[in-house]
Design a protein. Structure first.
Length: 181
């Protein structure tokens, strides 16, 4: 990697995407932890990030239906089932590994890596935007905590204050309204 490439890499904004229902635990832990869900015992768990500034399609959740089938949710369905969409921007230095690095360093099988690339690309993701950390990312490395609200990313504290004031003044929001807006 050239010096210019390294500068561009370190200037990129880096985000971790999740859903509101996980936020209380993240705030209690004060860190983003490597995930072990769906990770083979021979593969290094990682905290996943992306340079994609909107929503990372691979952050969409899976849902078990009443008859036991596992289905992929759309972004809108993920927002509704997860209570809203959250992103945490972090210092780029804490997510130093690209997808290519992860494939080389993590112990992921080539078959699994190709499958993840294929599914991610099919769903609109770009593996070239993916970043990982193998260590927990503490809150002191977070640059912003935002919620998708009214069609754009907004500071989570501002949204909370706005919603609290709306409720105080007699306004009410439907359960999925924040996620859908």
């Amino acid at each position: 990697m050239s010096v210019d490439d390294m500068r561009r890499f370190l200037r990129a904004r880096v985000f971790h995407y999740t859903v509101l229902k996980y936020l209380p635990q993240v705030l209690t832990d004060q860190e983003l932890r490597p995930t072990t869900a769906g990770v083979a015992a021979t593969e290094r768990p990682a905290v996943w990030f992306t340079t994609r500034p909107t929503w990372e399609p691979t952050a969409n959740k899976m849902w078990r239906t009443g008859d036991g089938r596992l289905v992929s949710l759309s972004t809108e369905e993920t927002a509704i089932r997860g209570g809203g969409l959250i992103r945490i921007e972090v210092n780029p230095e804490v997510a130093p590994f690209t997808w290519a690095d992860h494939v080389r360093l993590s112990g992921i099988t080539k078959t699994m890596a190709r499958a993840l690339e294929r599914v991610g690309s099919r769903d609109g993701s770009d593996p070239g935007e993916w970043r990982v950390s193998y260590a927990p990312v503490r809150s002191e490395h977070w640059l912003a905590l935002e919620i998708w609200h009214c069609g754009r990313w907004r500071d989570a504290v501002d949204v909370y204050e706005s919603l609290k004031n709306t409720r105080r003044s007699g306004g009410a929001l439907a359960a999925g309204e924040m996620a859908a807006n």
